[in-house]
Structure formats: structure tokens, C-alpha cells
Write a protein that binds this ligand. Structure first.
Ligand code: FES
Length: 101
């Protein structure tokens, strides 16, 4: 699959996430101290926007009920979410964040 532009590097502050729509999917892109990660935005528990969750190191906390996910793999680390989410490969191209979708 091709890498496609998802955001500008400057759109996403360090320690924050941003929801984007790429290829018909809702994706959450996070900036972890200058390293960018991309996972599906919708929490598999009740559909909360993970881009709005708080980041703690390499994890994000679901803003609704507190499930945690690994930002680099999408793996779920604690309930109530029943499973993880998909993680997407990320490339930085100039000042743009590209993801493979
Ligand atoms: S919607 Fe994410 S833990 Fe409930």
C-alpha cells in the first residue's frame, strides 16, 4: 500500500494526538517527543476518539473509560477495551507526516 500524506508535522504538538481522515479511515496520529505514531482513532470499546486521549510515554489512555493502548503497536494494555487497534507505518517526508494505509 502507498504512503499518503496525513498531516503536517507542525499540526501535532509533542505529547498530543490529532484525528485525521485518510483513505476513508479515522486515524489518530500522535507525536511522542518528535516520533510520530498512527493508530485507528476509534476505541474498540464504545468508539471514543483515541486522538483526544492523554499520552503517557508510548501509551494513550482512552478519554471515555480509561483503556490503554500501545501507540507503537496498537496493542491494548488494559480493559475495558476488548482488543487492540490497527497501527500504521509512519514516514516523515519533509514537514509532512505520511502513513501507509
Ligand atoms: S470507549 Fe474507550 S474504553 Fe470505553
Amino acid at each position: 500500500m502507498p504512503f499518503v500524506r496525513a498531516a503536517a508535522v507542525s499540526d501535532i504538538a509533542s505529547g498530543k494526538g490529532k484525528q485525521v481522515s485518510v483513505g476513508g479511515k479515522n486515524v489518530a496520529i500522535f507525536n511522542i517527543n518528535g516520533t510520530f505514531c498512527a493508530i485507528d482513532n476509534d476505541c474498540p470499546h464504545r468508539g471514543a476518539p483515541l486522538a483526544e486521549g492523554d499520552c503517557e510515554g508510548n501509551t494513550v489512555v482512552c478519554p471515555w473509560h480509561g483503556a490503554t493502548f500501545d501507540l507503537t503497536t496498537g496493542a491494548h494494555l488494559s480493559p475495558p477495551a476488548p482488543r487492540g487497534v490497527k497501527a500504521y507505518p509512519v514516514q516523515i517526508v519533509g514537514d509532512e507526516v505520511h502513513i501507509e494505509i
